[in-house]
Design a protein. Structure first.
Lengths: 145, 433
């Protein structure tokens, strides 16, 4: 139920993100979702890729500080209240959300949202109990195919 | 192993009698043969025969880097060019290079000094010494070389650079000792790790590192990553080159080759001598050199001395690690800052930061700007901004408490800063004052 997200430290200089994605492209890595948390002088790129172990390895070899973080990917119904429904379930169980972003593809009528929570396994179990679907890694990668 | 026990473990009385005899000889030699010395001494009203005890050295005038520049190229040579067999020169980054000339006997003395240093690092005639200091006008390469040859060890004269080849020779010839700058030692360690070599697969046992100031933190890192004992070697091209002093296995300061170099510590402002244990500027008088003897040469290096016997058995006086050079000192917003202070702080964060750093000093709106760029350690997992900001505030706090001023801190991925093959460039000062 858990998704392996790659997190990479990136200096905030023009062209640096391009260098990073070029390394991934040259290794045939496909990016399925991405977001950046930015500050004045650096950012942290978080992304879902089709082979996170390989992507982390190839970036590390180029000197990037890259690592894998476990997150969950949740299917929401694409209508008003779909998102708040999920957040309310988590809040009721005292599960705080650190950050979220959406994937590029999703199933018709739904949205797929990546979420970072303190205890992803507990969050996935809780959501399952409430009939909210969390994707397996393979399922997430297949969206849009 | 002690290379020359008769000297290195001699009692104080013996050392001082050698020093006095050689000091008298040196002063007479420069008074007679070097115009600028004679003028300086006449100006102070001191004659060679006024030197009756070692304490009388304070009657003599100082000689400085400016004197060397004013007498460029060979105005301070005390021998004819016919007797000079070798020339070396400083890099001359701060003006004209400082030229030094060596007689045959000077080279023998140099070989003896560096052999003692290598022995302190555990080398013997059966050792394989890889010299990765630059060869040429710089004294590092040929200085380490002559010491290893004097010892009868096998020398690999690699010179600096070509790190892959350094690794290949190190493995194939089973080098036991490495001589280079500490920053280059780290570059080699990094390349060894990239090549998948573990510290116990590296045959090196000891390293003799110098030619740039370094910290205890950097020593620990080199020792850990290369699996060796790291020894500090000190020298200046105008004095001789590496081999003036070295640290033994006790790592308790560097033993000065006192039968050739007479050390003093002075207050750089008042020029008054300072006692053992007090930090000040190191002043050296060469008492064995013929080609270009220097009497009371102000090194600009800040350290302190001790004359206590070392646990290794040697009685030679020891100098502390060099805390910085008065020339390296940056004055930022009116505060004195040495790059080595910043390095000390970085070394306290060994799990998160590396020793690859650079300081940028500039000027904006008539105010000094001061920035530290430092590479993050390998294998860190960074997923949130808080981690980085927390690290930044801890480093900032430590820097402020040591330097007394704040510093902008920028973190970089590994490999972003250029790697050193010789003396690392740690400071970029773009102020136009």
């Amino acid at each position: 139920m858990l998704i392996k997200q790659m997190s990479v430290f990136v200096e905030n200089t023009t062209g640096r993100l391009g260098e990073l994605t070029r390394v991934l492209a040259d290794d045939g890595i496909d990016i399925k979702a991405a977001t950046i948390a930015e500050t004045v002088d650096f950012g942290i790129l978080r992304c879902i890729v089709d082979d996170p172990e390989e992507a982390t390895k190839v970036l590390k070899a180029k000197g990037f500080t890259a690592s894998i973080t476990e997150v969950i990917a949740v299917e929401l119904s694409d209508k008003p209240g779909g998102f708040s429904h999920v957040l309310e379930i988590l809040a009721k169980e005292q599960i705080g959300v650190e950050y979220i972003y959406s994937t590029i593809h999703s199933k018709e009528g739904t949205a797929a949202i990546v979420m970072k929570v303190a205890d992803p396994q507990a969050a996935a179990d809780t959501l399952q109990k409430h009939d909210v679907r969390t994707y397996k890694m393979q399922e997430l990668l297949k969206l849009g195919e | 192993m002690i290379w020359n026990e008769a000297i290195e473990c001699a009692d104080r009385e013996t050392i001082e009698s050698i020093q006095l005899e050689r000091l008298k000889k040196t002063v007479a030699h420069v008074y007679e043969n070097v115009g600028p010395y004679r003028e300086k001494m006449d100006e102070k009203g001191v004659k060679p025969e006024d030197i009756k005890t070692l304490k009388d050295i304070t009657k003599l005038p100082f000689i400085t880097k400016e004197d060397l520049a004013n007498n460029y190229p060979t105005g301070l040579f005390a021998k004819d060019m016919g007797d000079i067999v070798r020339i070396h020169a400083s890099s001359g980054t701060t003006g004209k290079p400082k030229i030094a000339g060596y007689t045959r006997s000077d080279l023998d003395m140099w070989g003896e000094c560096v052999a003692r240093c290598l022995a302190m690092a555990g080398a013997t005639k059966d050792s394989v010494v890889q010299v990765a200091y630059g060869y040429g006008l710089f004294t590092g390469g040929l200085g380490a070389h002559i010491g290893a040859e004097t010892m009868g060890a096998t020398v690999i004269p690699m010179s600096s650079g070509n790190t892959q080849k350094q690794l290949m020779f190190m493995q194939d010839l089973k080098s036991t000792h490495l001589c280079c700058t500490p920053s280059y030692a780290l570059t080699i360690a990094e390349a060894a790790e990239k090549a998948g070599l573990k510290p116990d697969e590296i045959t090196l046992q000891g390293g003799v590192f110098g030619a740039e100031p370094w910290t205890e933190g950097m020593r620990n890192e080199i020792e850990k990553r290369l699996g060796i004992h790291a020894h500090d070697i000190y020298g200046l091209s105008e004095i001789m080159g590496p081999g003036v002093s070295t640290s033994c296995s006790e790592n308790a300061g560097m033993h000065i080759m006192e039968d050739y170099f007479l050390p003093e510590i002075i207050d750089p402002d008042t020029l008054e001598p300072l006692p053992d244990g007090e930090k000040g500027e190191l002043v050296i008088t060469t008492i064995g050199k013929e080609g270009m003897p220097l009497v009371r040469y102000r090194t600009r290096d800040i350290c302190y001395l001790t004359h206590e016997k070392c646990a290794c058995g040697r009685t030679l006086a020891r100098m502390s690690r060099v805390f910085g050079r008065t020339d390296d000192m940056l004055i930022i917003r009116g505060v004195n800052v040495f790059p080595s202070q910043v390095e000390t702080v970085i070394s306290r964060f060994e799990d998160t930061l590396t020793m690859n750093y650079k300081l940028y000093v500039g000027r904006e709106d008539n105010k000094d700007t001061f920035e530290l760029a430092v590479e993050l350690a390998d294998g860190l997992a960074i997923d949130d901004i808080k981690f980085v900001e927390n690290l930044r505030s801890r480093v900032d706090h430590e820097l402020r408490s040591i330097l007394g001023i704040g510093c902008k801190i920028r973190f970089l991925n590994a490999g972003t800063l250029p790697r050193s093959e010789g003396k690392a460039v740690r400071v970029e000062d773009s102020r136009k004052l």
